[in-house]
Design a binder for this molecule. Structure first.
Ligand code: GLP
Length: 233
């Protein structure tokens, strides 16, 4: 793992942007994208740039079950607002939160990833060490599936909803198995509330208790962290 410590999210956005730029120069075709507050500064840099993704493919990590893509808190909506509207891709995939047949939907998503192997996967980090919505205990070879969110994730994400009751209890998530197949992985984490997960991810044992620790087994991972997120390493 290559660890890059930055002063703050703005600086992290610039470093992350450079990694996207290098990937494009390296002929990357498929970009795995993430939601949450962490990637926002990278998306800001991307939208302000003249980089062209109009012949590239993006595949997002996850989506809440039960939310339409037009719902303000859906991850599809988030991506449109923060990136796709200003910087379109040829094709952009996000799981369909309203899919009635969840098995068919997860199989379809896995087929998509197999057809378009990921060149660069961007990841945030959950306070409990989750990546995507792969919560602690997820097997490292997991494929796309419908997952139950943990109480800590529901509480952490409640800030985006009117109340905790409105946070969906389940989500579709790309599996750790697919994430690990990406050629390159960029994980970004900011703030004190990520410090323990960052330390466990980098220095702890590789264990399903800390899903992000699996990244120690990948040979091309870049981690961008700010000083607060780095405070326990
Ligand atoms: C959610 C997302 C993750 C994200 C995490 C951290 O649970 N499913 O992909 O990494 O939140 O979010 P934030 O970046 O807002 O701290």
């Amino acid at each position: 793992m290559q660890i890059i410590e930055v002063k703050d999210e703005q600086a992290g956005g610039k470093v992350g942007f450079e990694i996207f730029k290098e990937a494009l120069a390296d002929n990357a075709q498929v970009f795995g994208l993430a939601t949450g507050s962490t990637p926002i500064t990278i998306y800001k840099e991307l939208t302000a740039s003249d980089l062209d993704f109009s012949d590239k493919i993006s595949i997002n990590l996850d989506e809440y079950q039960g939310l339409a893509g037009t719902h303000e808190q859906s991850y599809r909506h988030f991506m449109e607002e923060h990136l796709f509207n200003q910087k379109p891709f040829k094709e952009s995939y996000v799981p369909d939160g309203l899919a009635e047949d969840s098995k068919a939907q997860t199989a379809h998503y896995d087929a998509l990833i197999a057809e378009h192997p990921l060149d660069l996967q961007l990841l945030g980090l959950g306070q409990n060490g989750h990546i995507g919505f792969n919560e602690p205990g997820t097997p490292f070879d997991a494929q796309t599936r419908l997952v139950d969110l943990t109480p800590s994730t529901i509480a952490a994400n409640a800030r985006f909803f009117a109340s905790e009751d409105e946070v969906p209890r389940k989500a579709f998530s790309m599996g750790i198995g697919s994430i690990m197949k990406s050629k390159k992985i960029l994980l970004v984490a900011y703030g004190e509330n990520k410090a323990q997960a960052v330390a466990d991810m980098i220095e702890g044992p590789v264990t399903t208790d800390v899903p992000a620790s699996v990244l120690q087994n990948h040979d091309d991972v870049i981690v961008i962290i700010d000083e607060k997120a780095a405070s326990k390493i």
